[in-house]
Design a protein around this ligand. Structure first.
Ligand SMILES: Nc1ncnc2c1ncn2[C@@H]1O[C@H](COP(=O)(O)OP(=O)(O)OP(=O)(O)O)[C@@H](O)[C@H]1O
Length: 266
């Protein structure tokens, strides 16, 4: 970053900062930014020079055909995958080389597509798992209780998680990710396989966390009704790269998006 970019301040040479306006124009409140992010699995390129940005407090949905690279992108952001090339910036700092726990401490949390609730553990034991290395004593108890209450599972604390409905398990997982008190929460298909009522409850929950706690979201979802209900902005990923960005109305009206995804080829 040049002196002109920082208003004349000389920045710490040991801290690499976000390239000014690289992907997003001159936004000042960018929370997350990826810069030319590439992930190859052998000879296959799953994400291909992705520039993707999320503002503070934004609720962004990520859509696109099967295999477009959506889950891979989120894993690169949360750090469970390392990129082949490129960088991830969070809150103005380069976090590319940080492990997932360090990123959690910076404020990034994720609910994965594959369920991570342990069926043979109780609701309380599950809720405690992600928090235990980040908080202890009264603070840990408070966060566990809040996670359970927010998930609508008060009274179910000692119930084995395997006996919960699929919707309740998804709520618990979101609670576990939110209990890390992130500024950015990544959700991979949070309503897949849920009933309409369960889906509506998750939509309300995401919107509440976004509006009341200011948490920014990136939500991968194929259900465009759900996307229309919650999203401020939508990014379409196709063949590993950003294909379109805009409001859901702009995205749904775009003939090229319709061709590659919505009602078109998959
Ligand atoms: N660990 C891996 N090893 C090899 N290939 C992988 C790996 N993970 C993902 N891929 C491939 O990378 C591509 C992108 O996968 P990814 O899961 O990111 O897509 P997606 O857009 O999330 O798809 P879906 O909507 O079906 O979940 C796919 O072709 C997938 O098979």
């Amino acid at each position: 970053m040049s002196e002109a970019d920082t208003g004349g301040e000389v920045s710490d040479p040991n801290v690499r900062e976000t390239p000014a306006g690289k992907a997003t124009g001159e936004r000042t409140d960018t929370l997350l930014q990826t810069d030319d992010l590439v992930k190859r699995f052998g000879g296959f390129t799953a994400t291909d020079s992705v520039d993707f940005a999320v503002d503070e407090g934004e609720l962004r949905c990520l859509i696109g055909p099967n295999g477009a690279g959506k889950s891979t992108l989120l894993k690169l952001i949360v750090g469970t995958l390392s990129p082949s090339e490129g960088s991830v910036y969070y809150d103005g700092q380069d976090v590319t080389d940080l492990d997932p726990d360090e990123r959690v401490q910076r404020g990034i949390s994720m609910k994965f597509q594959v369920p991570s609730v342990y069926g043979d553990l109780s609701v309380r034991e599950n809720a405690r798992l992600p928090i235990q290395q980040f908080a202890d004593g009264e603070e840990r108890r408070r966060r566990v209780d809040e996670a359970i209450a927010d998930a609508g599972l008060a009274g179910y604390e000692d119930v084995e998680a395997s006996t919960l409905s699929h919707g309740q398990q998804q709520q618990l997982e979101i609670g576990m990710a939110a209990a890390l008190e992130p500024d950015l929460l990544l959700l991979d298909e949070p309503v897949a396989g849920l009933s309409v009522d369960e889906r509506d409850e998750i939509a309300e929950r995401i919107q509440r966390l976004n509006r009341e706690e200011g948490i920014a979201f990136v939500v991968i979802e194929h259900d465009t009704d759900f996307v229309a209900e919650i999203a401020d902005t939508v990014t379409v990923l196709h063949q590993g790269d950003v294909f379109r960005e805009g409001s859901i109305e702009e995205i749904e009206a775009d003939p090229e998006v319709r061709r590659i995804y919505l009602g078109g080829e998959q």
